[in-house]
Design a protein around this ligand. Structure first.
Ligand SMILES: Cc1ncc(COP(=O)(O)O)c(C=O)c1O
Length: 403
């Protein structure tokens, strides 16, 4: 690389990544193959539109890339027909599900779903940010909370878990057009069947945003939302261990949701697809479709549990009482007896452990300086760490924070 400044910065970031223990729940380390696809000549190509229906010429190769990514996405989540026929709906293989692999990231993917399916100003319903929901689930500071009228549900104050009866009560009273399940900081398994019942009772669409746990679904250690959802969105760069990108799956039936979504992605919201990213997603999807990835996903969950259990044994309060996934939240504030999440994250960073500060349910502090930390096991599991390593990390965290 001739650009010495950027070359140096990339090298510095590589060194930083190697030096630290990375417990960021939304990060991971991709394979060399994923990086190779990302850094390929596919980045040079324009191809607005969908395979076989582009506004540009010279797209025969990128058409194949996009179709392959779609096919692998449907296959990975058990949605592909037994005898797939490429290009049935112009941009998707034959299946009861359609997938759009063009969203540039998770936030535009969620925005596209609302824009396609919920008239502006109508109600969407998602979880409150401080309880575990994402910005794009209708928070007031997000465009999703400005363009649509958002109803935000919380977890139960005592259990810190989703109270399905309460969610149902709110949904029936408010009658949102769309309900979002799937979160940014929720450590338990979501009951998608119950969400389906709630959506049906409120006559709403059900969107499951599986960004955080997509890799766990692929690895068979988290229930699939597909039997219950109308639409499923996901980022590809968290537990799924792919490049920064996203996908939108929509159920194919008489409602033709997929058509509306495809139209919002292009021409409604985006321009040319990032074919290098789409190719890298295809690589990651293939990697996730292996026994080795299943073992990885199981290890991720087991490692998170080891981390949570050891921290709890050392006296830290784990939000929701533990974890069943790749992430957990730790209450560091402890009603003023401890320290803020920001202070804790700073101390840990100074000692080479990278985490993010996070709100806890019913937080009395501000999101920029909240009461807790969010920890995740996916990146360090990619680096081969096992339960005993995570217990050791817990002891390090304890020693750093108590010092
Ligand atoms: C549940 C969920 N949805 C959507 C997103 C947004 O993804 P992106 O950062 O790629 O826009 C995130 C990111 O953290 C997320 O956790």
């Amino acid at each position: 690389m001739f650009d010495i400044q950027i070359k140096k910065l990339i090298a510095a970031e590589r060194t930083r990544q190697k030096k630290v223990i990375n417990l960021i729940a939304s990060e991971n380390y991709v394979s060399k193959d994923v990086l190779e696809a990302l850094g390929s000549v596919l980045t040079d190509k324009y191809g607005e539109g969908y395979p076989g229906r582009r506004y540009y010429r010279g797209t025969s190769v990128v058409d194949e890339v996009e179709l392959l990514a779609q096919e692998r996405a449907l296959h990975l989540f058990g949605l592909a027909d037994k005898s797939p026929s490429i290009g049935v709906r112009g941009n998707s293989i034959s299946s009861n599900w359609s997938v759009n692999v063009q969203p540039l990231s998770g936030s535009p993917a969620n925005f596209a779903v609302y824009a396609a399916l919920v008239p502006q100003g109508e109600k969407i319903m998602g979880m409150e940010l401080t309880h575990g929901g994402h910005l794009t689930h209708g928070q007031k500071v997000s465009m999703t909370g400005k363009f649509w009228s958002s109803i935000l549900y919380t977890v139960n104050k005592t259990t810190e878990l989703i109270d399905y009866d309460e969610v149902k009560r709110i949904a029936i009273a408010e009658k949102p057009k769309l309900i979002v399940s799937g979160y940014t900081a929720y450590a338990h398994i979501v009951d998608f069947k119950k969400f389906r019942e709630i959506a049906d009772a409120a006559d709403a669409l059900l969107l499951v945003d599986m960004s955080h746990f997509a890799g766990l679904v692929a690895g068979g250690v988290y229930p699939s939302p597909f039997p219950y959802a109308d639409i499923v969105t996901t980022t590809t760069h968290k537990t799924l261990r792919g490049p920064r990108s996203a996908m939108i799956f929509s159920k194919v039936d008489a409602r033709e949701l997929w058509k509306k979504i495809d139209k919002v992605i292009i021409p409604g919201l985006q321009g040319g697809p990032h074919f290098n990213a789409i190719a890298a997603v295809a690589v990651a999807l293939r990697e996730a479709d292996t026994p080795a990835f299943k073992r990885y996903a199981a290890q991720v969950v087991s490692n998170a549990r080891a981390l949570a259990d050891e921290l709890a044994r050392l006296g830290w309060r784990i939000v929701e009482g533990g974890t069943k996934t790749h992430l957990l939240r730790v209450d560091t504030w402890m009603n003023g007896k401890g320290m803020s999440g920001r202070e804790a994250a700073d101390k840990l960073e100074a000692a080479g452990i990278i985490v993010n500060e996070n709100t806890i349910p019913f937080d009395t502090r501000k999101p920029m300086d909240p009461s807790g930390l969010r920890l995740g096991s996916a990146p360090e599991t990619t680096r081969g760490k096992k339960e005993k390593d995570f217990r050791e990390i817990a002891r390090k965290i304890d020693a750093i924070l108590r010092n």
